[in-house]
Structures are given as C-alpha cells and as structure tokens.
Design a protein around this ligand. Structure first.
Ligand code: C2E
Ligand code: MG
Ligand code: MG
Ligand code: MG
Length: 284
C-alpha cells in the first residue's frame, strides 16, 4: 500500500525519485506500450435529454490502468499529445468507441474526444471512415468533440475538415465551451452542431455565474447550436439549466462514467434514482 501510494501521488513520487521529468518519462514509456499491453479501456458517461431525461448519447472517456495504478486522462493525454502517441491512441479510441456503440440494442450516439493533432493529420477523415465502416455504426451516431484550440492552428484547414466530416453525417461538438478563445466570427464560419458548456460554469450556477451561463447559452442559441451542460452534479443545477434552455445534460447527478461491460445494463435499466428524478425533471 505504501508503495502504491508513492507512485499515485505525483508530489510524493517527485520527491522520492527525483523530478517531474521522471514521472513524465515513466508515463511516456508506459504510453508507448499501453495498447499492446491492453491497459487502455473506455468508460461511457450518459448524456441525457433535458425534456424527458432519455439517454441520447454516451461520451467515451479513456481509462489507463497501469499495473495497480489508475492514471487520469487529465495527466496522460497531454503527455500523449507532446510525445506523439495521441494519433495512435486516438485511432484506438475511435475504433473501440464505434464497435461498442454499434453493439447497443438501440440507436444511441457515441461522443469521442479528438485532440488537435488528430484533426491536423491528413489521414484523419480516412481513419474515421474506416472506423465507421468496420464497426457498422451509422455516421449520424458518431459525434466528435473538439476544443476551441483547434482554431489556433490552420484555421481554414480545420474548418474545411470539419465540414467534410459533417457532410458524411458525423456530428461535431465544441467541448469545454467558453474556456478558451474563439471569436464569434470563427463560431459562425464553423457551424458545429453542438457546444458543451464547461463544468466550471455549471458549478458557479448558484452564485454569480448565472448571468454568464445565460450569456453563453444565448450565444449558442444565436448560432443555432444544440447545448450540452457538462458537470451537472445536483438536481438544482439540472433544473436551472433546463429552464435556461440547455438541451442536454451530463454529469455525476445522472451518472458517473460507466465501464464498458456495464453500459448495456444501464441502457436497459437506468438506475432507480434516475427514474425518480425523471418525474421531477419532466414536470418543470
Ligand atoms: P472532457 O472531455 O471535458 O470530459 C468530461 C470530464 O469531466 C471527464 O473526466 C468526466 O469524468 C468528468 N465529469 C463528468 N461529469 C462530471 C461531474 O458531474 N463532476 C465532475 N467533477 N466531473 C465530471 P475524465 O474522464 O477524467 O477526462 C478528462 C479529460 O480528458 C476529458 O475532458 C478530455 O479532455 C480528456 N479525454 C478523456 N478521454 C479522451 C480521449 O479518448 N481522447 C482525448 N483526446 N481526450 C480525452
Ligand atoms: Mg469531452
Ligand atoms: Mg468537457
Ligand atoms: Mg476537456
């Protein structure tokens, strides 16, 4: 237990084994073999419709179990991006997510996070098309989540690539909306399908943040985007967001991310709490 603790807390790790670099090297080496070692898996978090609390989609979230340590994507995704592993890992995620979603008993979309460097690579569209083809998942059940940062690089190429994906029927969302710079003109050129309001706004709903959330939702409505709220943790937040015009909600209040093997069970029978709260949500 002592040993496990020492490696899971990066601070302790740094002190004992040198520097932050050591931890980064350790993760970098591990990432190089994570797929071959079958250490990666996906969890799926439901995205619920505000009006009837039905499951509309699941977001695929990458998990890395390295020996007895669970490493957070918040820590390892940036390292995978910096060291050139994200394209290979991203392709694995896309294929896995499409295969799992194609196996669900009813049409529910799967939403996959895509890093900038994946979208930058010239074969990205081919990779996506192959994942759809081999899994048999209909294109309109695949949603791709990108961040505003894609527009800091080759803006025109990014926009045209996104348009090609959309012409195939794939839906594109802007993740963590409002946390990075994106000009209103880019928003207009881009015409994504959905924006996901970052959970930092949702968590401030009860205090001074209400006006900001309303403003962000108004911008999204002005561009005709569907709006997903991320990080919904309480019933009060879910109700307030529905009143503000949010179409979909995602967060621990509805469900934490679910391991792949338990998703089917969740689709067939969402937890009792959800069904109870359902009634409350639909009455608003
Ligand atoms: P994200 O795409 O914004 O995903 C939402 C994150 O918020 C997830 O963290 C999820 O578990 C967490 N979350 C959901 N509901 C709640 C809530 O009610 N409260 C709180 N406190 N958190 C909530 P996770 O799984 O640790 O992923 C973190 C980030 O790592 C993701 O943020 C995404 O940026 C990145 N990521 C995860 N999987 C992938 C992937 O396959 N590819 C890429 N490129 N990035 C990924
Ligand atoms: Mg996301
Ligand atoms: Mg997000
Ligand atoms: Mg994110």
């Amino acid at each position: 237990y002592q040993k496990k603790r020492a490696i899971s807390t990066s601070g302790v790790f740094s002190k004992e084994l040198g520097s932050k670099l050591t931890r980064e090297q350790f993760l970098k080496d591990g990432l190089a073999r994570a797929i071959e070692n079958k250490e990666l898996s996906l969890s799926f978090q439901p995205i619920m419709a505000s009006d009837n609390s039905e499951i509309c989609a699941f977001e695929a979230l990458l998990r890395w179990q390295k020996e007895d340590e669970h490493i957070s994507p918040v820590e390892f995704i940036p390292i995978a991006e910096q060291h050139g592993f994200i394209r290979k890992i991203g392709t694995w995620v896309l294929n896995k997510a499409c295969f799992v979603a194609a196996s669900w008993p009813k049409p529910i979309a799967v939403s996959v996070n895509v890093s900038v460097s994946q979208l930058q690579s010239d074969d990205f569209i081919t990779i996506v098309e192959e994942a759809l083809l081999t899994s048999g998942l209909p294109a309109d059940l695949l949603h791709l989540e990108i961040t505003e940062s894609v527009f800091s690089f080759d803006k025109d190429i990014m926009i045209s690539r996104i348009k090609i994906l959309q012409s195939r029927g794939i839906k594109v969302s802007i993740d963590d909306f409002g946390t990075e710079y994106s000009s209103l003109s880019v928003m207009q050129d881009l015409a994504v399908n959905t924006v996901k309001i970052d959970r930092s706004f949702v968590s401030r709903l009860d205090s001074s943040g209400l006006a900001i959330v309303q403003a962000v939702i108004n911008i999204a409505h002005a561009f005709d985007y569907l709006v997903v709220a991320e990080g919904v943790e309480t019933r009060e937040q879910a109700l307030a967001l529905q009143k503000l015009g949010v179409h979909f909600s995602q967060g621990f209040y509805f469900s934490k991310p679910i391991p792949e093997h338990k998703v089917l069970q969740f689709i067939k029978k969402p937890c009792a709490k959800l069904t109870d709260d359902n009634a409350i949500l639909t009455k608003v």
